[in-house]
Design a protein around this ligand. Structure first.
Ligand code: PEP
Ligand code: MG
Length: 289
């Protein structure tokens, strides 16, 4: 299948009915882009930043250069960088805390808002890197509008600080991951965000109460469960009504078995692992929507 799919890599993604679908890539490391031809994708839908925080906490310069590299590679195309999503399945030494239930604990934006000293460093690096391309920033694990406003307020504060010091920077659009059910159930509380990106890995595990890292419950962990699809559909509908863009960056976006159901929810913007790019486009071409 991969061999036959390869011919789709260099073509834009369109369904059988001729509907265009945006396909971006997910990366976890700036060097990931070295092997990707930017003309084969619509940008970076998710750049995870946990890698940077892996060993020791990265300083502002290290982060700035990592983000700038990807932005310059992408040119005019968007690069969506996610603020650090530590905790849960991504424990980081010296940063995350010991918890009995890490998936329901201090992870993602919750931890960043608690450790503002660390968050502010990342924010400054992002604001400075933003002048080098088409940056969008998103927050992981948002559950309430207050978390979004607090994170956005920190961006505004750091922006003012950079401006006062005469440091070149610009404010990127700020969006959120939709991976906690509270957001998908009541998206109208988030009408002020710049965009939504559905994190189907976590959304599925939280809707089905089935840990994403537990093989014993993988039978429950399906993005194609009607309850999960219905929530996604509601978010897509809300996005249409409000003109807030909605995309999906969970692993399901690159899964040929899930793609037909995802497009049926109305989604037209997927972000997939680079290795899945050709396969995803090939699968999209077979969907009748
Ligand atoms: C997700 O939850 O679907 C997602 C894209 O984020 P991560 O897998 O990094 O938690
Ligand atoms: Mg997630």
């Amino acid at each position: 299948r991969q061999g036959a799919a390869q011919s789709f890599l260099t073509r834009p993604a369109v369904t059988k009915a001729g509907t265009a679908v945006r396909v971006q890539v997910n990366i976890a490391n700036p060097s990931d882009v070295d092997g990707i031809d930017i003309s084969t994708c619509d940008g970076v839908g998710l750049m995870r930043t946990e890698f940077l925080f892996g060993k020791t906490l990265p300083d502002e310069e290290t982060q700035y250069h990592a983000y700038r590299k990807v932005l310059e590679w992408a040119g005019d195309k968007p690069v969506t960088i996610r603020t650090v999503d530590a905790g849960g399945d991504k424990p980081l030494a010296g940063f995350t805390v010991e918890e009995t239930n890490p998936f329901l604990g201090l992870r993602g934006i919750r931890l960043s808002l608690k450790r503002r000293d660390i968050f502010r460093v990342q924010i400054r690096a992002l604001l400075r890197a933003a002048i080098h391309g088409n940056l969008k920033v998103m927050f992981p694990m948002i559950a309430t509008p207050e978390e979004y406003s607090q994170a956005a307020a920190l961006f505004a504060e750091e922006q003012a600080g950079l401006a006062a010091r005469g440091v070149a920077h610009t404010m990127p659009p700020l969006g959120i991951m939709v991976e906690v059910p509270s957001v998908a159930i009541a998206p109208e509380a988030f009408a002020n965000v710049a965009f939504f990106s559905i994190g189907s890995n976590d959304l599925t595990q939280y809707v089905m109460a089935a840990a994403r890292d537990n093989a014993a419950v993988t039978y429950l962990n399906s993005v194609r469960h009607p309850a999960v699809l219905r929530l996604m559909e509601a978010v897509v509908r809300f996005g249409r009504e409000t003109e807030i863009p909605v995309s999906l960056c969970g692993d399901a976006g690159g899964d040929p078995a899930a793609i037909p159901a995802l497009l049926e929810t109305g989604l037209r913007d997927l972000s997939v692992a680079p290795a899945q790019l050709a396969m995803a486009k090939a699968a999209i071409a077979e969907v009748p929507v």
